[in-house]
Design a protein around this ligand. Sequence first.
Ligand code: C5P
Length: 227
Amino acid sequence: MNKITIAIDGFSSTGKSTLAKQLAEKLGYVYVDTGAMYRAVTLYAMQNGFIVNGDINKVGLTKHLDKIQLKFVFNPKLGFAEMFLNDENVERQIRTLEVSKNVSQIAEIKEVRTQLVSLQQDMGKSKGVVMDGRDIGTVVFPDAELKIFMTASPEKRAVRRYKELLDKGEDVVYDDILENVQKRDYIDSHRKNSPLKKAEGAIEFDNSDMGLVQQFERIYEHALRVI
Ligand code: C5P
């Protein structure tokens, strides 16, 4: 079988990572969650005083980018890779609402994107990769053999994220999550650098009213056609 690159982009909480993980497992591919990388840089900025009460010291952070080391380490018990920031497992910390509230402003910074895109291109250079994010089909791998663009209504997405955070024991309010989802969508799709948009040739996939099994079957069919 041919090894290909699969790019999955879309709005926040559309279930991209669940689907990407399943697809990678089924195909024996590597899965790369690029959102985790932007989240880890955001966590670093929060921990090191570059974000105070929502104000971001972009110049300060940019000068410290070479001090940020990111690594994915596969956890066989969980069946997926966890994010390490400067050798510390930050998988839990990067998924909090606090990080979600700041991440899109960090992801707007050109120097941050340049650094992360280059790492991502390196991770996927041997193909056999499923990568999810916002600019994978447009910027990171514009030549990906299969591109998916996922959407769902903001309310459905907020409910999913709300349940996820409650399950993890976070004390969250639904309206805050909906506001965060909408705000991130807006910033991500209106920013100057690599805005979120459907890549040329991408298959649009609205999963508002679709279960996980049905979603997986549809995408897997598309993958088999290309492979
Ligand atoms: O995918 P996830 O929701 O974890 O991504 C968090 C944020 O990281 C997004 O809202 C977006 O601002 C940023 N991001 C990005 N480009 C990517 C992946 C994520 O700008 N390829």
